[in-house]
Design a protein around this ligand. Structure first.
Ligand SMILES: [Zn+2]
Length: 152
């Protein structure tokens, strides 16, 4: 039996395990992402997205002015991040649901490889399924009309 030395090293910045930190970050000021995710998962994906964390991303000091990223998905770690700028009262719930649906769809529709260095994530299949989302057209219109509010 190997003897284990007890280390008394103190961490300068004690951290919770990653999972613990993420668990709390689905609650925003206006929207809680968790129940929205769960509802979409049941309604449109037969509960297929398992063990995903859905969290509000961090606010960035230097945001690009030319484009705005509403959400991202990191499939290896099963994390969907939603831009915290969407956690505002003027954002309709159906728009936030659309943003979440879009990211969730990435986890079930495979990417296409175009060449060694290029992949297409918004494939025809992806676009077709995205359009099936009930408030798709309304959401895209709202996005166009309100994009300037996020780009500053
Ligand atoms: Zn996308």
């Amino acid at each position: 039996m190997a003897k284990k030395k007890k280390t008394k090293r103190k961490l300068a910045h004690p951290k919770l395990p990653m999972q613990g930190q993420l668990d709390l970050r689905h609650e925003g000021t206006h929207f809680d992402l968790r129940p929205i995710f769960d509802d979409l998962n049941q309604r449109y994906f037969h509960g297929r997205l398992r063990h995903y964390n859905v969290i509000w991303g961090r606010r960035r000091k230097h945001r690009p002015r030319e484009y705005f990223v509403f959400g991202t998905i990191q499939e290896e770690d099963r994390i969907i991040r939603i831009n915290p700028a969407l956690d505002q009262p003027f954002v309709p719930l159906w728009f936030l649901r659309y943003v979440l649906y879009h990211e969730m769809l990435h986890s079930v529709v495979p990417d296409e490889t175009l060449s060694r260095s290029r992949r297409r994530v918004h494939t025809e299949e992806f676009n077709r399924r995205e359009r099936e989302f009930p408030s798709y057209r309304r959401a895209r219109r709202w996005e166009e009309e309100n994009l300037s509010r996020f780009l500053r």
